[in-house]
Design a protein around this ligand. Structure first.
Ligand SMILES: *[C@@H]1O[C@H](CO)[C@@H](O)[C@H](O)[C@H]1NC(C)=O
Ligand SMILES: *[C@@H]1O[C@H](CO)[C@@H](O)[C@H](O)[C@H]1NC(C)=O
Ligand SMILES: *[C@@H]1O[C@H](CO)[C@@H](O)[C@H](O)[C@H]1NC(C)=O
Ligand SMILES: *[C@@H]1O[C@H](CO)[C@@H](O)[C@H](O)[C@H]1NC(C)=O
Ligand SMILES: *[C@@H]1O[C@H](CO)[C@@H](O)[C@H](O)[C@H]1NC(C)=O
Ligand SMILES: *[C@@H]1O[C@H](CO)[C@@H](O)[C@H](O)[C@H]1NC(C)=O
Length: 483
């Protein structure tokens, strides 16, 4: 009897959990303001989705949603599903003429209105591409993420395959460099601002280090942890994340994905004088929330990331560049100096204290010209939506005038090979596992382009990897890759 009751309770609990799971699952992934148009069911989501779920979804439902009906506007297909969009018409506010039909169902390729593929960089696979490519098919790349997610775009031969791009590079067709900054007001906001004297006091009363570091991805192409480890020998760094961990976050803040913009985290960061803003990979214009968060809360970022990050600062004196110092020891010495000189320290917070952003900075211009918003900006839409509109508009232009050409360049993404550090914080070229991964991609691309030259389109992932391994292995000299 007792056993049965307990069993029953457990079953109830499980059912409840399943219900809760589905409730949140839908809340998270489905955001449709859909309405049926003819036989085409419109589901529009302009947010980012869990791609694994999406792939299954499309495979299962493709026939149900595919429509053989007449479509009178250009068709764009997400080859790598990125939105929940099984079929919808663009609503682009800038030009009513430029309408397109968008779907993540690949079969639309056979429709005579088909015009362009959209690829999401992280899911781009050499063995799963619409090949052979037909002359009229335009290729579009959206890739706002770190180069570590897919090294293919660090090579010119792949970048040259695209006609339209939206990446973090300022020179791409739809630059996403400021993707992690909601607005200029966030930078001017003083909600979290703490007076320098109070920060100094907190170092004693709450036993805080001058510098805070919160990172949970510890083995990165930028090799940041090795540098930070060295730095820690010369100056105290409070590290709350999984990497080089030496201090615990309050219990309610331990899930990093959900809580990094949490009020309490921002409060914590704001107590510190300096924040390490080291990206996981180094590429021009690759700038993430690590860079903006300290600026938002009035802490000075020590930056290792885009080599031209200064262009995106509020003014020319609001961050410290790690690369300005030849060793971690010298950087530490400089931080010590700032730590005891309030005038010098606050000179880095001029924009914050006086709420002034020089409006001739690239940051100010970029933010005032930016067409998209973040956090489900209902007015401007997000950049996925804007990218679809950009491609759509360009398709209309090339239809009107077939002499118009669009060609992506290496610099629309193109990142340098990963490097590591030696003990003195000196950069090492051609070293480390990430560099191997980058070089392996080079071999895969060689194989890929040879197959294309032979007009062989029926190769598998294994074919490419086996051939690439053969090329990679002989040139792989162990000591070159190990520190
Ligand atoms: C498709 O469009 C053509 C031309 O407008 C029209 O003649 C035809 O009846 C349409 N077919 C369907 C199935 O709607
Ligand atoms: C930074 O900007 C200020 C004000 O515009 C200017 O006076 C100063 O020379 C600039 N400093 C550098 C290093 O560019
Ligand atoms: C702080 O730095 C400024 C500028 O370098 C310097 O003029 C000043 O003497 C320093 N103050 C102290 C207390 O060291
Ligand atoms: C800065 O921007 C404001 C508002 O757009 C404008 O009125 C002002 O002329 C600009 N100032 C400079 C120096 O460019
Ligand atoms: C798109 O890019 C391909 C590959 O570079 C090129 O052959 C084609 O002409 C381009 N299409 C347009 C419309 O520019
Ligand atoms: C295409 O390349 C793969 C991998 O090298 C090979 O197995 C296959 O036989 C080739 N197909 C043709 C038609 O050449």
């Amino acid at each position: 009897m007792k056993f049965q009751v307990r069993c029953f309770n457990i079953i109830l609990l499980v059912l409840l959990l399943i219900l809760i799971y589905f409730f949140f699952y839908h809340l998270r992934y489905i955001d449709d303001d859909g309405e049926p148009i003819g036989t085409v069911y419109i589901t529009e989501t302009r947010g980012r989705l869990d791609k694994s779920i999406l792939t299954d979804y499309v495979k299962d439902k493709e026939d149900e949603y595919f429509s053989a009906a007449n479509i009178s506007v250009p068709i764009l297909v997400w080859w790598t599903p990125f939105t929940y969009d099984t079929g919808s018409y663009t609503r682009c506010n800038n030009n009513n003429q430029a309408r397109c039909f968008i779907s993540n169902i690949r079969k639309y390729r056979d429709n005579k209105q088909f015009s362009a593929f959209l690829f999401y960089g992280t899911s781009f696979r050499l063995y799963d591409l619409p090949l052979p490519r037909h002359d009229h098919e335009q290729w579009s790349l959206i890739h706002e993420e770190s180069p570590k997610n897919n090294y293919a775009f660090s090579f010119e031969s792949i970048m040259n395959m695209f006609n339209h791009t939206a990446t973090f590079k300022r020179h791409s067709d739809l630059p996403l460099t400021t993707q992690w900054l909601a607005s200029i007001d966030d930078l001017l906001d003083q909600t979290y601002l703490i007076d320098v004297k109070e920060k100094t006091q907190l170092q004693t009363t709450e036993n805080l280090a001058p510098i805070i570091y919160i990172q949970s991805d510890c083995s990165t192409p930028s090799d940041r942890d090795l540098y930070v480890k060295e730095l820690m020998k010369y100056i105290q760094v409070d590290s709350y994340g999984g990497c080089l961990h030496n201090k615990d976050l309050p219990e309610n803040l331990r899930n990093p994905v959900e809580t990094m913009e949490h009020d309490e985290i921002l409060k914590l960061v704001s107590k510190y004088k300096f924040t390490l803003a080291f990206e996981n990979a180094i590429c021009t214009d690759y700038i993430t929330e690590k860079f903006w968060r300290p600026l938002k809360v009035g802490t000075v970022p020590i930056v290792y990331g885009s080599d031209q990050f200064q262009d995106f600062l509020p003014d020319n004196h609001s961050a410290i560049s790690m690369l300005d110092f030849t060793t971690p020891e010298l950087l530490a010495r400089f931080i010590h100096e700032l730590n005891v000189n309030d005038t010098m320290y606050d000179s880095y917070r001029h924009f914050k204290l006086y709420q002034i952003i020089s409006n001739d900075t690239l940051l100010a211009r970029t933010m005032s010209e930016r067409k998209w918003g973040i956090h489900n900006d209902r007015v401007r839409g997000n950049f996925i939506h804007q990218f679809e509109c950009l491609v759509c508009e360009r398709i209309h232009k090339t239809r009107q005038d077939p002499t118009i050409k669009y060609q992506a360049k290496f610099d629309d993404y193109g990142c340098p090979p990963p490097t590591t550090f030696d003990k003195n914080g000196e950069k090492l070229e051609r070293s480390g596992n990430w560099y191997r991964s980058y070089e392996f991609t080079r071999c895969q691309l060689e194989v890929f382009h040879e197959l294309l030259d032979q007009k062989n389109y029926s190769f598998t992932e294994k074919d490419i990897n086996n051939a690439a391994t053969k090329r990679f292995a002989p040139s792989f000299r162990r000591n070159e890759f190990l520190r």
